[in-house]
Ligand binder design. Structure first.
Ligand code: ATP
Ligand code: MG
Length: 405
């Protein structure tokens, strides 16, 4: 079938009252950038749905590009035809013949915004149905649970037919909830947290701490490759690398083993918050999951969270590891995440971190350090790069990579 347009139905955002216009315009702009490979497509965003006029572009490719766009409930490829009964019957039969598989049932669902049309809704349902049954005698009719719903819409500018509704990504348009800083390690959890944050409309920037020479360039590139996997949902992502070596060496010198983790996390949180403030973010997102490791007990969270009042979004906090892995596999970050390039936390990790760190003890250690100076130097040393789709980082350092394996 040569489709002429794709109809996009909005998800939850249609219930959001006065914000609706803003949501729709953000979604339209996200759709446009996702479709930049299809320059002929025209995007018309209305109050209830969006129409993408294909102008000859390939409908399968366009629908594939729409798949990761949050804020889309579902899409239907449609054909626009002249408003005559003949054209409607003919196209309905052609479409149904193409999609029908032996044993399937159907129903016709007509909507008529043009009340002047010669047949009313019921008549159209009946007549179109009749034509289809004549052409495909073995097709079943099922009003409650049809396999195929043939939609016919009579609008002032033409008749529109579609018989497929394909599920979209759901969620809210990325950017509609503002900007947030994703604390991205090289692990399984934080990329999933970033994906889920974007699903609720947060435009993320990735903040990654690394400690050369203790951590390798591979660990850094792995974090960048994980970021590449998150790009299809937003178009591009700012990747912010923070030099963390001086801080980790200083912590190692000043802090007892049991408190290394707590103090390290507090520095990460403070620095991420500084960067957030500079870049006008509203929240911090991380991959903490309750009880998974010592730094993720509620006692630890109290001690770590004490450094800021910024909202910390923990999308995977209540998930089991297996549930997190399921999403990681779906978004294709799992295989990368389990590559053995250690990040800065793993290499400085003490054998036995305290599961119930005390805040007063934590502060005693920090009082021995130039906390403000350390933070300022780290923030001054950040490097920002824009990560786009199709980039490859680990593959780029293939030679050294071979040595390592
Ligand atoms: P992940 O799978 O995301 O690494 P994890 O279960 O290993 O998580 P931790 O190592 O305790 O958990 O880290 C908790 C969170 O702290 C991470 O999910 C991430 O958000 C953040 N974090 C840890 N290390 C780094 C790092 N090197 N750079 C940026 N953020 C980090
Ligand atoms: Mg980790």
């Amino acid at each position: 079938m040569e489709y002429t347009e794709i109809m996009v139905r909005y998800g939850e955002l249609s219930t959001k009252g006065k914000n609706k216009r803003v949501f729709i315009s953000i979604l339209a702009s996200n759709v446009k950038s996702a479709l930049n490979q299809y320059p002929k497509v025209k995007v018309h965003a209305n109050r209830d749905r969006m129409h993408l006029l294909l102008n000859g572009e390939d409908s399968t490719g366009v629908m594939k590009a729409l798949k990761p766009i949050f804020g889309i409930q579902n899409v239907s490829p449609s054909i626009k035809i002249p408003k005559t009964t003949d054209a409607i019957y003919q196209t309905a039969v052609a479409m149904m013949t193409e999609v029908y598989q032996e044993g399937q049932s159907f129903k016709v669902n007509t909507k008529r915004s043009d009340k002047m049309f010669e047949l009313d809704t019921n008549e159209l349902n009946r007549e179109v149905g009749h034509q289809v049954i004549q052409a495909i005698p073995s097709i079943g009719v099922d009003m409650k649970n049809p396999d195929i719903t043939l939609r016919v819409e009579i609008r002032p500018d033409g008749a529109f037919l579609s018989c497929e509704t394909i599920k979209g990504a759901g969620g809210l348009p990325v950017g509609s909830s503002g900007r947030g800083m994703l604390m991205l390690s090289g692990g399984i959890d934080s990329p999933v947290a970033g994906y889920l944050g974007m699903k609720r409309g947060v435009k993320i920037e990735a903040v990654h701490f690394h400690s050369p020479p203790y951590t390798s360039v591979h660990a850094l590139n792995k974090a960048k490759d994980l970021t590449v996997k998150l790009v299809p949902y937003v178009g591009s992502i700012q990747f912010i690398e923070v030099p963390f070596t001086e801080i980790q060496e200083e912590i190692k010198k000043q802090v007892d083993e049991g408190y290394l983790m707590t103090v390290t996390r507090r520095f990460m949180m403070r620095i991420t918050d500084r960067i957030r403030e500079k870049r006008k973010g509203l929240a911090i997102i991380n991959g903490e999951s309750l009880g998974q490791v010592a730094s993720q007990t509620l006692h630890s969270m109290i001690a770590i969270n004490e450094v800021t009042t910024t909202p910390i979004i923990r999308p995977v906090v209540a998930m089991d590891k297996s549930e997190i892995i399921e999403i990681a596999e779906k978004i294709d970050t799992f295989d990368l995440a389990i590559q053995p390039f250690e990040d800065c936390c793993t290499i400085f990790a003490p054998p036995k971190p305290k599961t119930k760190p005390r805040l007063d003890r934590t502060l005693d250690f920090e009082n021995k350090m130039d906390v403000e100076g350390l933070i300022e130097r780290a923030v001054a040393g950040i490097k920002i790069s824009e990560i786009q789709s199709g980039q490859q980082y680990l593959a780029g350092d293939a030679e050294e990579f071979d040595d390592l394996l």
